[in-house]
Design a protein around this ligand. Structure first.
Ligand code: CP
Length: 363
């Protein structure tokens, strides 16, 4: 059985295959209308969503399957204190595949340890959002025709932006990719990720000015400042308008530059930009349904043993534990899940220990 917890759980070959399937579904939706007949998708959203939950549900309905779930943790028994482990143990008896979103980092990994069916991470805190990345990749492939030799500007909240983290991991596997990381210093990409890019020899520039970098970019990936992850409202108010993309700021951009945004936006893209042909973010949201259809087919096919591919995508850490250490990340699932042991795995390259669940350095 396969799960999708991080985009690195998929090989580049699997991603290519899913993109081909999604393109075929876009061209011939009628061929897939019965593909998941009698299958049930559970969408368990412990945190708000519009696109991810509804596109997953629309995807399963488009494949002839059915859906159940909740869109608000307060309407589930989480409100009574039920753990992620118990919720998943039960729901995996009611459904054939589960898509879950949770505010705590590593919650989908806990779910994968207690499930009888494939689990898809639909966003965990500021950690990962692999199905948004699949949506981004389908959009990039359809709009530019390639993944190689691209200069990608990521702008906004790079600290808490889970879509940014997953997209960087995905695009780091393609030749000739260069990242330009544009953020206030307080919202810079986590140092561990910057170190990983350096270790891999991937060119990466960190800066504060969007305008200065605009002319170099093939893709501009705008992001929302993630208010819900801030511990201080005052700090959010100070940083929330750090970047607002307006038509005049695009004057120096390449004619073929693509503007992406995972959405929702607050005010970081002026609605007047929407009419610019380079604005691809609503097409991006549209493609989300089709790549999620392809993902459901892929994982259900693997669950039934029809298309098993070895998991080559996750060259993570040797299984060395560090008894007695504590994860210091307040957003880690270990801070709330009953009975969950702290586990730390050693990075074979640096020798550092990281939390199994949220990947933060051990304290
Ligand atoms: N991009 C994204 O995750 O949107 P939602 O929060 O609406 O699901």
């Amino acid at each position: 059985m396969r799960h999708l917890l991080s985009i690195l759980d998929l090989t580049v070959e699997e991603i290519d295959s899913m993109i081909s399937t999604a393109q075929d579904i876009l061209d011939h939706p009628e061929r897939y209308r019965e593909a998941c007949r009698d299958k049930i998708l559970a969408t368990l959203f412990f945190e708000p969503s519009t696109r991810t939950r509804l596109s997953f549900e629309s995807a399963m309905l488009g494949l002839g399957g059915r859906v159940l779930g909740f869109s608000d943790a307060s309407s589930s028994s989480t409100r009574k204190g039920e753990s992620v482990a118990d919720t998943i143990s039960v729901v995996s008896g009611y459904a054939d595949i589960i898509a879950m979103r949770h505010p705590k980092e590593g919650a989908p990994l806990v779910a994968s340890q207690h499930t009888r069916v494939p689990v898809i991470n639909a966003g965990d805190g500021g950690h990962h959002h692999p199905t948004q990345t699949l949506t981004d990749l389908l959009t990039i492939r359809r709009e530019t025709g390639r993944f190689e030799d691209l200069t990608i500007g990521l702008c906004g909240d790079l600290k808490f932006g889970r879509t940014v983290h997953s997209l960087i991991e995905a695009m780091s596997r393609y030749r000739g990719v260069r990242f330009v990381l544009i953020s206030p210093r307080e919202l810079a990409l986590p140092p561990l990720m910057v170190e990983e890019l350096a270790e891999q020899g991937i060119p990466c520039t960190q800066c504060q000015s969007l305008e200065e970098q605009m002319g170099a970019l093939d893709i501009l990936y705008m992001t929302r400042i993630q208010r819900e992850r801030f511990s201080s409202e005052e700090e959010y108010q100070r940083l929330k308008d750090s970047y607002i993309l307006t038509p005049d700021k695009l004057a120096g951009a390449k004619e073929g530059m693509m503007i992406l945004h995972p959405l929702p936006r607050v005010n970081e893209i002026d609605p007047r930009v929407d009419d610019d042909p380079r604005a691809a973010y609503f097409r991006q949201a549209y493609y989300g349904r089709y790549i999620r259809m392809a993902l459901i087919l892929h994982l259900l096919g693997q669950a039934e043993g029809t298309a098993v591919t070895p998991d080559k995508g996750r060259p993570r850490y040797p299984q060395n534990q560090l008894p007695g250490a504590v994860c210091g990340n307040p957003h880690c699932i270990t801070t709330i899940e009953q009975g969950l042991e702290q586990r730390f795995l050693r990075d074979g390259k640096t020798g550092e220990y990281r939390c199994l669940y949220c990947e933060s350095k051990a304290e």
